[in-house]
Every structure is written in structure tokens, then in C-alpha cells.
Design a protein around this ligand. Structure first.
Ligand SMILES: *Cc1c(COP(=O)(O)O)cnc(C)c1O
Length: 355
């Protein structure tokens, strides 16, 4: 039976990425060696890093003055690396979910943190909008897509200070005005590559302003200067990331991906809104086009386990909601084909007919 992969992360990758990665595990770039056993300083792999960096810049239309680095440690490492490198006096943070609050916790180690707004009391079902970012903040940090709660900020906020964003689960899903940002970071395992690499897009003139000493490995300047080769980078995930980036370019870039993503998400949300058994959990205006969260309608609550089993029997994988929301979450990242979304909708319709 065909499996439809709705896992939240690590998550679906394009067939192109999987096939080319599998081939390179056998024989990388005609070297006769596996990608798993080549030196990260071989000319073949250095070419991979260079091309990946160039494609990130091209796809996101990154202006001059920014550098792209490939790091280990996941997005969670960026929660500390950002304030380590950028927070001198005070930073502003928007609390829109678990990942945002984890980032806030780390930032507090380094200085004053102004949490400008939070939707915690509403279990993060919406994105706060009435907030003021103090103009003396070093930066304003937000999570563009809240993977767990299914809310998303599909815009680059207008504030008086440089932006920093955790785009782990929606990078490359839409165009971004990079010029507004000091740092954009994203763990790869949602929209790009297998787990193990994190992309950081860093404005170089935002660095070097804090007075604290920064450990070498946690200093963005180290990795910029050494072009992501200060130490051994995650070789295989970077190779896979390059395949995905090529695939995105081939498809027509992030504008085309955005259009496809909006279309896919609408198919699923329309069904959630139509189907009497289900109800969406995120505020309508903040609904994510990457992670679609829904629960059983109150009077059908007892059918939850039955629907989960039914969907699984039809090849739907990974639609169980995060424990802090419950119900279901369908993650429909860039690589998710429209046909899989349609298949899930068909399962929801069939289940409704039976009840
Ligand atoms: C998955 C995720 C993280 C955590 O990423 P790690 O690479 O596991 O540290 C952080 N932020 C967001 C938005 C995520 O979706």
C-alpha cells in the first residue's frame, strides 16, 4: 500500500532528494567512494557546500552582506547561539509556542528579554498581533511557523529593530524579505534534509557588537570565515540539502512553492471546515500552510482512536497530534504532493460517511 508521510519532523523529502542521496551513498560524484566516507575537504564535497550556499542565496534572493552557514546542533543550538552573538543589552521575543518559549529561556541567560506578547493562555492557538517592540532592543525574535500548534506568520513583521527568526518548519515555503533580518535559522529536518544540519543566514554587520567572549564553535564569525568548514560539517545532510535545493529551483523557486503550499493547505482546511466530525484548532487568520492541526468535534470525541486506526489502515502515517494539542496534525511540507493531501481528505470523507 502507498504510504502518505505526514510526520512533523524528520519528515517527507522529495523523491529526487532520496534517490540522489541513495546513489551518492553508493558512489559520490564519480569518486568511486561513498558520500559516507569522503573527506569533507575533498574538492568534490567542497563543491557541494559551495553550490548549496549559492542556491540558498539564489532561492531566497539574499542581498549582499549576508552569509549562509551550515551548522550542527539543530535549531535548539541557535536558541543560545543567537543571543550569544547578538544580545548585548536587551532583546524582544514573541512567545507563540513551545519552540519560541525554549528560545526565550536560553536568551534570558544572556541579558534582558522583553517578551512582547504571548498566546500561552490560549494554548498558543493564535499569533498575538497587538504588541510593541521596544526600539532599543538589539533584535526581535519570532518563530515564523509554530510546528506544534499549526499557526504561522507568513510575513516579515515591520518593527524598528532587526528581525531574527526561527524558520525551521517553513523555510523555502514562501519568499522572505531577508534584508529585514539579522539572522534567519532553520533546522533542516522539516523542509530540506535529514536531521543533522542547520542553516543560518547571517547579516555580517550584525556581528561583533557584543562585548562578551564567545566560544569559537558558537561564534557565527568562525563558521563564516571558514565557509562552514571550521570543523567537520554534517556531510550527508548537506549533500541531501543540496538535492532539495536543486529540486526547489527546478520547480520554479519559492514563489511557485508558496502557491502550491497555499493550494494544498486549502484543500485540507476546506475539508476540516466542511466535515462534521472535525474542527481546526488554530485561529483562522493564523492557520499554518505547513502543519494542519485538527481534533474531533466535541460530540464525536470518542471516535478519535477509531479515526486514527482507520487513517493508518489507509496508509496515512504520522498524523497523530503533538501531545500538547492532541487530536491530529498533518504536516504538509514542500515535498508533500497534492495527491497525498487529497488522499487524506478522501479518508476523512469516507470516515464521515460511516458515522
Ligand atoms: C523542530 C523545530 C525545532 C527544533 O529543532 P531541533 O533541530 O530538533 O533543535 C525548533 N524550532 C522549530 C520551529 C521547529 O519546528
Amino acid at each position: 500500500m502507498k504510504k502518505h508521510n505526514f510526520y512533523a519532523g524528520p519528515s517527507i523529502l522529495s523523491e529526487y532528494t532520496i534517490k540522489n542521496t541513495a546513489a551518492a551513498v553508493e558512489n559520490f560524484a564519480g569518486t568511486g567512494l561513498s558520500i559516507l566516507e569522503v573527506s569533507h575537504r575533498s574538492k568534490e564535497f567542497v563543491a557541494v557546500v559551495d553550490e548549496a550556499r549559492a542556491l540558498v542565496k539564489e532561492l531566497l534572493d539574499i542581498p549582499a552582506g549576508y552569509e549562509v552557514v551550515f551548522l550542527g546542533g539543530g535549531a535548539s543550538m541557535q536558541f543560545c547561539m543567537v543571543p550569544y552573538n547578538l544580545l548585548q543589552n536587551k532583546a524582544a521575543y514573541l512567545d507563540t509556542g513551545t519552540w519560541a518559549s525554549n528560545a526565550i529561556k536560553e536568551a534570558k541567560i544572556f541579558g534582558e528579554v522583553d517578551v512582547v506578547a504571548t498566546s500561552k493562555d490560549a494554548n498558543y492557538t493564535f499569533i498575538p498581533k497587538d504588541y510593541v517592540v521596544p526600539s532599543d532592543a538589539d533584535y526581535f525574535h519570532f518563530t515564523s511557523n509554530n510546528t506544534i500548534f499549526g499557526t504561522e506568520m507568513r510575513y516579515d513583521p515591520d518593527v524598528n529593530v532587526p528581525l531574527v527568526s526561527d524558520m525551521s518548519s517553513d523555510i523555502f515555503s514562501r519568499p522572505v524579505d531577508v534584508s529585514k533580518y539579522a539572522v534567519i535559522y532553520a533546522g533542516a529536518q522539516k523542509n530540506l534534509a535529514p536531521a543533522g544540519v542547520t542553516i543560518a543566514i547571517v547579516r555580517e554587520d550584525a556581528l561583533g557588537k557584543v562585548t562578551r567572549p564567545i566560544p569559537t564553535m558558537l561564534n557565527y564569525q568562525t563558521h563564516i570565515k571558514k565557509e562552514s568548514m571550521f570543523n567537520t560539517p554534517p556531510v550527508l545532510p548537506i549533500f541531501s540539502a543540496l538535492q532539495t535545493l536543486k529540486f526547489y529551483k527546478e520547480l520554479g523557486g519559492v514563489k511557485v512553492l508558496e502557491k502550491k503550499n497555499i493550494e494544498k493547505a486549502a484543500i485540507l482546511y476546506d475539508e476540516i471546515d466542511r466535515n462534521k466530525l472535525f474542527i481546526g484548532t488554530a485561529a483562522l487568520e493564523d492557520r499554518s500552510i505547513m502543519n494542519v492541526c485538527f481534533v474531533m468535534n466535541e460530540e464525536y470525541k470518542e471516535l478519535e482512536a477509531e479515526f486514527a486506526a482507520f487513517a493508518a489502515s489507509k496508509g496515512m502515517v504520522g498524523i497523530k497530534g503533538h501531545r500538547s494539542v492532541g487530536g491530529f496534525r498533518a504536516s504538509i511540507y514542500n515535498a508533500m504532493p497534492k495527491s497525498s493531501v487529497e488522499a487524506l481528505v478522501e479518508v476523512m470523507k469516507e470516515f464521515e460517511r460511516q458515522h
